[in-house]
Design a protein. Structure first.
Length: 118
């Protein structure tokens, strides 16, 4: 199983980015999520989506600005990030949970860096 995250980059405050996570050798999954880790901080949950497309869930600080979606045909998950803030700067990781009975994610991607500048 491989999760390839991409789409990070440098953007000014108020700008937008769209992250992509392509899954390979993963025919199906229960849910996929985005997490992030800022320098000197612990990794934190950002958003998640189920195979069915709903429900979705977001951390409070990104709700209304970020949108998670998935494309089953491409086996990919996306994170549209709008109205970016300085505090959104972090390495963003995608993760997949296959076994719904588990409480966490089994597979993780390598991360893509998002830098928001003023």
């Amino acid at each position: 199983v491989q999760l390839q995250a991409s789409g990070g980059g440098l953007v000014q405050t108020g700008g937008s980015l769209r992250l992509s996570c392509a899954a390979s050798r993963l025919p199906s999954w229960y849910r996929m999520g985005w997490f992030r880790q800022a320098p000197g901080k612990e990794r934190e949950f950002v958003a998640t989506i189920t195979w069915r497309g709903a429900p979705t869930s977001y951390r409070n600080s990104v709700r209304g600005r970020f949108a998670i979606s998935r494309d089953i045909a491409k086996n990919a998950v996306y994170l549209q990030m709008n109205s970016l803030k300085l505090e959104d700067t972090a390495v963003y990781f995608c993760a997949a949970q296959v076994d719904a009975a588990l409480s966490g994610y089994e597979y993780w991607g390598q991360g893509t860096l998002v830098t928001v500048s003023s």
